[in-house]
Design a protein around this ligand. Structure first.
Ligand code: UD1
Length: 429
C-alpha cells in the first residue's frame, strides 16, 4: 500500500495547476445515463473515484472512450472522455459497487427518469457520519415515484414517467439536489425545487443538462425551476475547476509560508475560505486565471470558522483549516455543522503534537509553536490531506499511511507540492 513521506520545513513557492472538480465530475458522468446520445466531458481529473464510477456506469451499459494522448508537460487540460448510454442494460446498482462510493447512489435519479425503474443499494456505513438518503427518497416520491425499501435496496418505479411538482427540501443536500435536477429534467411539466443546494457543482450540472436540452433556471439560488422535456441529447461540457483542491493548496501555502499561484481555477468559488485565510495572515489576491497566496514571515492568527452549505465555509476544507490552526498564535474554534463525526483527523493531528479538544460539534484548537513529524493515517479523503498539510510544517519526517484515500480526490498531489519546493514523495508498495 502506498505511503507519502513528508520532510517538513520548506516554504512553498511556485505555481500549482488545479484539476477538474471531483464533486462536479461524478454527477456529470451520472448525467450520461439520461440520454442515448454521447456526453463528452472535458477536464476530467485522473482520480480513483472517477475510475470507480466508470466501472459502476459500465454495469448499467455505459460505454466510454478517452480522447487521444495528452502531452507529458500539459498539466492543465485533464482528460476528455466520451460517455455513451445508448442501451441501458441493467437498472440495478448492486451493493458491491454502491458501497464503494456513496455518490453512485445518485444513479437512481436518471435511471428512474429514463427507464421508469431503478433498484439501487443503500450506500451503507460511511466514515463521516450516518449520511442517510431520506431526502432523495422524499424528493423522488414527490415526483410521483413509488418507492420500496427491501433487503438493503431502494426500489423505485414510475412506469408512466415522473410528474413535475413543487418540492421544498427540509434540509440542504448537494446530492439530493443533483438527483432532483436530473430526474425532473425528464419529468412531465414543471418542477420547482425550494431550499436547493447552491454549490457551484450544482450550477455546473445544470449548465451541462441545459446543453443537453434540459430547461433549468435558477441553479445557484435556493429556488430552481425545471421545465421537463421528453428526451435529452448529447453535449460537450468542460468540468469546472476543483474548489476544494484550490482551497487545500491555498491552506498548504499559508501553512508552509511562501508564494504560490493556483492556476486554472476561480477564487469566487471559495470566498468564505479565502476570507478566513486572509484573517489567518495570508495575503490572498485574485489573478486573471486563479488565486495567489503569500505568507512571508508573520505568524498564523487564530480564526474561528463554522462549516455551512455554500456560500459558507465548506465542510470539505474543515480538516485542512484545522491543520493550519494547530500552528496559530492563539486559540481557535472550528464548528462542524454538516456532518456528525467528521473529526477523525483530530487524533492523528494530536500525534504530531497538536492540542485539540472536542466538545460535540466544536473543536477547540490551541496553537502550538512546533509540530513534530510522526507516522499517521486517516480514514477519509479530506482528513488525509489535512495530515499532509500538517506534515509540511512539522519538524522531521511525517509518514502518511493509507494513501488510497488521497488518490480518491487529489490528482498528483506529491508532484504538485514537490514542484513548489516541498519535500514530499510517494513510497510505493
Ligand atoms: C457532497 C459532497 C461532499 C461534501 C458534501 C457537503 C460529492 C461527491 N460529495 O456530499 O464532498 O462534503 O456535499 O458539501 O459531491 N442528508 C440527509 N438526508 C439525505 C441526504 C443528506 O439527512 O437524504 C444530510 C447529510 O447527512 C449531511 C447533509 O445532509 O448532514 C449534507 O449532505 P449532502 O449535501 O447530501 O452531502 P453529499 O451530497 O453526500
Amino acid at each position: 500500500m502506498d505511503r507519502i513521506r513528508i520532510r517538513g520545513g520548506n516554504a512553498l513557492n511556485g505555481t500549482i495547476p488545479i484539476s477538474g472538480a471531483k464533486n462536479a465530475t461524478l454527477p456529470l458522468m451520472i448525467a450520461s445515463l439520461l440520454t442515448d446520445d454521447t456526453l463528452t466531458l472535458e477536464n476530467v481529473p485522473h482520480l480513483a473515484d472517477v475510475e470507480q464510477l466508470i466501472r459502476i456506469l459500465g454495469n448499467h451499459g455505459v460505454d466510454y472512450t478517452v480522447s487521444g494522448k495528452r502531452l507529458a508537460h500539459d498539466t492543465s487540460t485533464g482528460r476528455t472522455i466520451h460517455f455513451s448510454a445508448r442501451n441501458i442494460v441493467d437498472t440495478t446498482a448492486p451493493y458491491e459497487l454502491v458501497s464503494k462510493m456513496r455518490a453512485s447512489f445518485w444513479v437512481i435519479g436518471p435511471l428512474l427518469a429514463r427507464m421508469g425503474q431503478a433498484r439501487v443499494s443503500l450506500p451503507g456505513g460511511c466514515a463521516i457520519g450516518t449520511r442517510p438518503v431520506d431526502l432523495f427518497i422524499d424528493g423522488l416520491q414527490a415526483l410521483g415515484a413509488r418507492i420500496d425499501i427491501d433487503g438493503g435496496y431502494v426500489a423505485a418505479e414510475a412506469k408512466g414517467g415522473l410528474i413535475g411538482t413543487r418540492y421544498v427540501f427540509p434540509k440542504v443536500s448537494v446530492g439530493a439536489t443533483h438527483v432532483m435536477l436530473m430526474a425532473a429534467s425528464l419529468a412531465k411539466g414543471e418542477t420547482v425545487i425550494e431550499n436547493a443546494a447552491r454549490e457551484p457543482e450544482i450550477v455546473d450540472l445544470a449548465t451541462c443538462l441545459n446543453a443537453m436540452g434540459a430547461r433549468i433556471e435558477g441553479a445557484g439560488t435556493p429556488t430552481i425551476r425545471i421545465e421537463g422535456v421528453t428526451a435529452l441529447s448529447g453535449a460537450r461540457h468542460r468540468v469546472m475547476p476543483d474548489r476544494i483542491e484550490t482551497g487545500t493548496y491555498a491552506i498548504a501555502a499559508a501553512m508552509a509560508g511562501g508564494d504560490v499561484t493556483l492556476e486554472h481555477t476561480r477564487g469566487d468559488y471559495l470566498q468564505a475560505a479565502l476570507v478566513a485565510l486572509g484573517e489567518a495572515g495570508a495575503e490572498v489576491t485574485a489573478t486573471p486565471n486563479g488565486v495567489r497566496i503569500v505568507r512571508n514571515g508573520g505568524g498564523v492568527h487564530p480564526v474561528d470558522v463554522v462549516t455551512d452549505p455554500f456560500p459558507g465555509f465548506p465542510t470539505d476544507l474543515q480538516a485542512q483549516f484545522m491543520a493550519l490552526m494547530t500552528r496559530a498564535n492563539g486559540v481557535s474554534h472550528i464548528t462542524e455543522t454538516i456532518f456528525e463525526n467528521r473529526f477523525m483527523h483530530v487524533q492523528e493531528l494530536a500525534r504530531l503534537g497538536a492540542k485539540i479538544s472536542l466538545s460535540g460539534q466544536v473543536a477547540r484548537i490551541e496553537g502550538v509553536p512546533r509540530l513534530a513529524g510522526a507516522p499517521v493515517m486517516a480514514t477519509d479523503l479530506r482528513a488525509s490531506v489535512s495530515l499532509v498539510i500538517a506534515g509540511l510544517a512539522a519538524e522531521g519526517e511525517t509518514m502518511v499511511n493509507r494513501v488510497y484515500h488521497l488518490d480518491r480526490g487529489f490528482e498528483r498531489l506529491e508532484e504538485k507540492l514537490s514542484a513548489c519546493g516541498a519535500e514530499v514523495e510517494r513510497i510505493s508498495g
